[in-house]
Design a protein around this ligand. Structure first.
Ligand code: ADP
Ligand code: ADP
Length: 231
């Protein structure tokens, strides 16, 4: 039972005359309800892989399936629709809209989907542990940990099956990192599938399953315990 499936995915970037093969034939399935972590050194293709898993980017070749739907040959509009409905993205830099308040940021994906619901947005902000006094503030008025909570609430706006998180603790100190990991664990316990990219091996203990990416290929797949025993 897979929420996302990739088959022999390749991704080639053309920057000028230089070709970079970021993914060299990756096949994997994300199981419904799991907490999957993708680890690997910088430049190994982790972000590229996550973006393709969430239809933020398309592969050069290979097959991608999200929620049972084949992503091959879809138009940009169709991809955007799938993305908005099935996946929620969380980024290292939070990527909040600075000109919108916290509450408006969370409502933004709802607006795109044509289903604005302020009460639901407030509930999501409470769920991620943000104090009410922050709801009408702008992102720059919050701490990094708080901004990431808002970004997670926004990722949940359209109740996606999967949350894709790219180095979500990369900008945070240890205390705030642990808080964000606890929040992701809580969301996972309540039924959300989580895929998280990190280069921080100390975080793998939060995952059910770890995929080690190296030079555009899956080098190994293991449990957190197996990886822990090695590092
Ligand atoms: P990671 O997330 O593991 O650091 P990335 O997926 O960001 O890896 O990058 C994999 C490789 O693809 C790197 O060599 C990187 O320089 C290259 N790359 C990533 N994005 C682009 C892009 N937009 N254009 C050209 N090359 C890119
Ligand atoms: P945390 O308890 O998450 O570590 P901080 O100690 O960084 O948070 O921040 C405590 C409070 O200070 C937060 O509630 C936040 O509203 C405020 N704050 C933090 N950073 C900034 C900033 N750059 N601009 C304005 N307010 C900030």
């Amino acid at each position: 039972n897979y929420v996302i499936r990739l088959e022999n995915v390749r991704k080639v970037y053309n920057s000028g005359s230089v070709k970079v093969e970021a993914l060299k034939g990756v096949s994997l399935g994300v199981k419904n309800g799991e907490f999957l972590m993708i680890v690997g050194p910088s430049g190994s293709g982790k972000s590229t892989l996550l973006h393709i898993m969430g239809a933020l980017d398309t592969p050069t070749s290979g097959r991608v399936e999200i929620a049972g739907k084949d992503m091959t040959n879809l138009s940009d509009e169709e991809l955007a629709e799938i993305r908005n409905k099935y996946v929620g993205f969380v980024f290292q830099q939070y990527n909040l809209i600075e000109s919108l308040t916290v509450l408006e940021n969370v409502m933004f994906p709802m607006t795109l989907a044509g289903e604005e619901d302020e009460e639901r947005a407030k509930d999501l902000l409470r769920k991620v542990g943000l104090k009410e006094e922050h709801f009408d503030k702008f992102p720059s008025q919050l701490s990094g940990g708080e901004q990431q909570r808002v970004a997670i609430a926004r990722a949940l706006a359209n109740d996606p099956e999967v949350i894709l998180a790219d180095e979500p603790t990369g900008q945070l100190d240890t205390k705030n990192s642990q808080r964000i990991m606890k929040l992701l664990e809580k969301l996972n316990d309540s039924g959300h599938t989580i895929v998280m990219v990190t280069h921080d091996l100390s975080l793998v203990r939060w995952a059910d399953r770890v995929i080690l990416l190296r030079d555009g290929r899956i080098e190994r797949e293991m449990s957190p315990e197996e990886l822990d025993a090695e590092v």
